[in-house]
Ligand binder design. Structure first.
Ligand SMILES: Cc1cc2nc3c(=O)[nH]c(=O)nc-3n(C[C@H](O)[C@H](O)[C@H](O)COP(=O)(O)OP(=O)(O)OC[C@H]3O[C@@H](n4cnc5c(N)ncnc54)[C@H](O)[C@@H]3O)c2cc1C
Length: 434
């Protein structure tokens, strides 16, 4: 059965984060009649609270041998980076699948797949940026992995072996090389070592989504904010519309790109999408001393804090609370973000005006997003990009659009197909329509 939909057909995209807005923009650019409906405002959700890094060089999936080894410490609440919310009934089945996907072989295969998507995505995002304003300064600055021992350098390399094999390079810098790269690192504590990877960029995904929404309107698409979809409408064996409080939105096809809400919405059409929220925290901090804040972002591995420059602010993020769906910003998370910021760039940041958020990475148990047609005619997914949604939004939108058109995909889509065995055939299947 062909799933191809000719340009000119109507497509409803549900979800106005960076993934949904990118999908809507790519589809509209390819000649589809697009409507985008989102629950809040364009660019909200995780797209408003991430670290701002586009990271082919760090496109590793979370299920893998290292995280599997950390399970005992995590279960005892002694893992620095990861916590588990047992109150969520989906956590245990999701976690068991996560562990089943954590073998060295599956980790390497998933890293190769996610890296190919990230690499393609950065190229697409840059192409869009070259064609006009994308609301943010999308800069290929590279990134730094800041670690505190020679063993940690080796470990960081080892974890990214599949990416190295795919062409990413990682170079340990001397102090002089580091300050030559970016003078903001002049005050870096003596114990820290810096591994530099050129394969990364930075930018503000919320601003990017807002700019794409403007382009969408310019292309004649409809952008509906504050229009939450409550369920999908399933008629004559296919999805034909999405229900909202203001009535039904009809379309020839519906794309779910609603972050962590994708799971519940997909279920209303009988499709299971194993997306769990992995809560994280972000601080957006104005700069007191712009020269002492970095142009090259990165990750402070010992505290699990990622950071990047966004104009005259620094964004820092941390935390991974599996199964937590609330937006509370816990005091220890604020404290950790401040500690990391002051350790790296002392005196450069104005913490009195810092803004904090807690958002959710939409994550599958194999760490890969779900992109393409589902087993239900008329329903597509572009969702569950976990910790890499900003990196992969533009490339996923391009891949989805080629799949909708039935054209040759730009990269191998197999690992991302909702019906593929890699996201796990047992987790996505047709249920009796509701
Ligand atoms: C702390 C943290 C740090 C991160 N750092 C990075 C990073 O440095 N680099 C990177 O690449 N990625 C990073 N990520 C991941 C990235 O932010 C996400 O993968 C990405 O934002 C997901 O985008 P999305 O559009 O799928 O979901 P979201 O941004 O969450 O958007 C979902 C959208 O769906 C809408 N929606 C929800 N329910 C409904 C409904 N019923 N009807 C209609 N609309 C609905 C919401 O309003 C929202 O607009 C990070 C994430 C977190 C939490």
């Amino acid at each position: 059965m062909s799933t191809a939909l000719p340009p000119g057909s109507s497509v409803l995209v549900v979800g106005g984060g960076v993934v949904g807005t990118s999908a809507a923009y790519a589809l509209a650019s390819a000649g589809y009649e697009v409507a985008l409906a989102t629950a809040g405002q364009i660019g909200d959700g995780a797209s408003a609270g991430n670290a701002g890094l586009l990271v082919p060089a760090d496109s590793v999936v979370w299920p893998g041998p290292a995280n599997a080894r950390a399970v005992p410490a995590t279960l005892l609440g002694r893992s620095a980076g990861i916590r588990v919310a047992w109150g969520n009934p989906s956590t245990v089945p999701w976690g068991l699948r996560f562990l089943a996907n954590s073998t060295a072989r599956k980790y390497a295969a998933a890293c190769r797949a996610t890296h190919s998507l990230s690499t393609h995505s950065l190229r697409v995002a840059e192409k869009w940026a070259a064609a006009g304003d994308v609301g943010t300064d999308l800069k290929r600055t590279g990134m730094l992995f800041l670690v505190d021992s020679p063993e940690a350098v080796t470990e960081a390399w080892h974890a990214r072996a599949a990416l190295s094999a795919a062409g990413e390079t990682y170079t340990e810098l001397t102090r002089a090389e580091l300050t030559e790269l970016d003078k903001a690192y002049a005050a870096l504590p003596a114990g820290l070592r810096a591994l530099y990877a050129p394969g990364a960029a930075r930018g503000d995904s919320q601003a990017f989504a807002l700019a794409l929404a403007d382009r969408l309107r310019g292309l004649g698409a409809t952008v509906l904010e504050r229009r939450p979809v409550t369920r999908l409408v399933f008629e004559d064996g296919r999805v034909t519309a999405a229900e909202t409080a203001d009535g039904r939105l009809f379309a020839d096809a519906v794309v779910l790109a609603a972050g962590v809400a994708t799971r519940g919405l997909a279920r209303t059409a009988g499709v299971r999408a194993p997306v769990l929220p992995v809560k994280g925290y972000a601080a957006t901090v104005p700069l007191l001393e712009p020269d002492r804040a970095p142009q090259v972002g990165g990750v402070l591995e010992s505290l699990h804090v990622a950071f990047s420059r966004m104009g005259d602010q620094l964004r820092l993020s941390t935390g991974a609370e599996i199964g937590r769906g609330d937006h509370d910003v816990a005091e220890p998370a604020r404290h950790l973000l401040q500690r990391a910021g002051e350790q790296l760039f002392p005196g450069a940041l104005d913490w009195t005006s810092a803004e904090y958020r807690a958002e959710h990475r939409p994550m599958t148990p194999n760490g890969l997003p779900m992109i393409g047609p589902t087993s239900v005619p008329g329903l597509y997914l572009d969702a569950a990009h976990g910790s890499l949604g900003w990196t992969q939004a533009a490339g996923s939108a391009d891949l989805l659009t080629q799949l909708v058109k039935g054209a040759r995909p730009p990269i191998d889509p197999t690992p991302f197909l909702p019906s593929s065995p890699l996201p796990s055939a047992d987790t996505v299947g047709l249920r009796p329509p509701i």
